[in-house]
Design a protein around this ligand. Structure first.
Ligand SMILES: Nc1ncnc2c1ncn2[C@@H]1O[C@H](COP(=O)(O)OP(=O)(O)OP(=O)(O)O)[C@@H](O)[C@H]1O
Ligand SMILES: [Mg+2]
Length: 419
């Protein structure tokens, strides 16, 4: 009887030991899993907060960075952020660290003459743009969002988030923003010559906006704009990690200062690209008709090469003076890329597609080279398109050697000094 009782007790204690060991093991695995989770979370957040990172070792020397924007007016976020929208405030903290100002609605109302018509310089899909003057004398452009809903809100946040972190003299500088009540406003450096589109199409562009214009650009200025815009994209693609894909690169998003120096603007649709070489991100197709790369339009697979395609379209606009899509043209000529591509690599035909208003200010050699760059950028196979760094390298000599270029037309106008 007693031995049976002992056996029973022994079995009981073995069971107890097994249960305790199992419990201890589960606890240990839980702790291990939690520790691994913490490690991964920290790693991911460190990576997300780390761009812009120092340039990659293989990239060329860093681009000249503009002087930091020193706040002189208005309050700095996050401590004094007057925005009432919690989600927006959260996304803006990094920007505040970089000196982007937070404006009150009244300040911007006063700076732009109450958003009066006389101050309006343009109208885009985000809303109207007004010329403004800050009390410290700085000229600014104020974009007043009039698009309610999630898409507008996302674009606003992306613009602030990215422009607060990125610094390049080839990108439009964000001075500040306002997110007060239902108002969403962006405050930029004022670009005295507006957008490239309005200078290319003085009588108004068809299908791609409604820019009024003042003058035609000469060849050397076009080439310099092409180079500076290429440097803007090169910075986004190759100097920050992960790369930034602009997604809405077009002639109305290249702004020109008083000396016709170019800056790339409008990052509302931008996406962070894949870190993997040749990798893509999948996303819904957004952008502007005539500029969207075919593979992105078909599959939604977005890479930096989608921007290279859009850049090629802008280069074609600069060369031909034609808008990307114009269905009023004769059959076969409506889509710029389809019309121009077969002629871009034919020396004899290149001259036929060049903007007649250039009046032979270019050398044939330069024109053929620029046409070849454009052809590479807009080719249907994304992998064969060049990197923006390659485009920059190819354009540099064409801009620097402009004085040695012999114009096709002996009556060509004198070129504007470039530097
Ligand atoms: N910083 C600025 N300085 C001077 N003018 C500007 C500035 N930003 C925009 N503009 C003017 O406002 C116009 C509208 O710009 P906006 O970026 O809102 O629209 P868009 O690029 O023409 O079109 P979309 O909204 O479809 O991209 C520009 O064409 C330009 O003339
Ligand atoms: Mg724009």
């Amino acid at each position: 009887m007693s031995s049976g009782g002992d056996d029973y007790k022994r079995e009981e204690s073995v069971a107890l030991i097994v249960i305790v060991s199992l419990a201890a093991l589960s606890l240990l695995s839980l702790i291990a899993a939690f520790a691994y989770y913490c490690y991964i979370t920290r790693k991911v957040s460190r990576r997300l907060n780390s761009h812009p990172l120092p340039k990659r070792s293989s990239s060329p020397p860093p681009l000249p960075l503009p002087a930091p924007v020193v706040p002189t007016q208005g309050k700095e976020s996050p401590s004094s952020n007057s925005a009432s929208d919690g989600a927006a405030v959260g996304a803006l903290v990094v920007g505040a660290e970089r000196g982007v100002q937070v404006f009150g609605y009244r300040q911007l109302h006063a700076a732009t003459g109450g958003f009066g018509r006389a101050h309006m310089v343009g109208q885009g899909s985000f809303g109207a743009v007004y010329r403004g003057l800050l009390p410290d004398g700085r000229k600014v452009a104020v974009k007043l969002m009039d698009r309610p809903g999630k898409q507008g809100e996302e674009e606003f946040e992306m613009e602030v988030e990215l422009l607060s972190r990125l610094r390049s003299s080839y990108l439009l500088g964000l001075i500040g923003h306002c997110s007060e009540g239902g108002h969403r406003l962006l405050v930029y450096e004022f670009m005295a010559n507006g957008c490239l589109q309005e200078h290319l199409y003085p009588n108004g562009a068809i299908n791609v906006g409604s820019c009024g214009g003042i003058s035609k650009l000469d060849w050397p200025t076009r080439m310099r704009i092409a180079l500076e815009a290429a440097k803007g994209l090169e910075y986004l693609h190759e100097r920050v990690t992960p790369p930034v894909i602009h997604r809405d690169f077009k002639s109305s998003n290249i702004l020109l200062d008083k000396d016709f120096h170019a800056r790339v603007s409008d990052f509302g649709l931008a996406k962070l690209g894949s870190d993997r070489a040749g990798g893509h991100v999948s996303t819904r197709v957004l952008g502007t008709q005539g500029y969207v790369a075919p593979e992105y339009a078909l599959t939604g697979h977005l890479t930096t090469k989608s921007d290279v395609y859009s850049y090629g379209v802008v280069l074609l606009e600069l060369l031909t003076g034609r808008v990307p899509v114009d269905m009023k043209r004769p059959p076969g000529e409506g889509v710029l890329v389809n019309w121009a591509l077969p002629m871009l690599t034919d020396r004899e035909k290149v001259v036929q597609i060049l903007d007649p208003s250039l009046e032979g200010q270019y050398s044939l050699k330069d024109a053929v080279q620029v046409a070849a760059i454009a052809a590479m950028c807009v080719q249907p196979e994304a992998d064969y398109r060049p990197l923006m760094a390659d485009v920059v390298q190819s354009l540099v000599p064409l801009v620097k050697n402009r004085s040695s270029s012999k114009p096709c037309n002996p009556n060509a106008q004198a070129s504007r000094p470039l530097d």
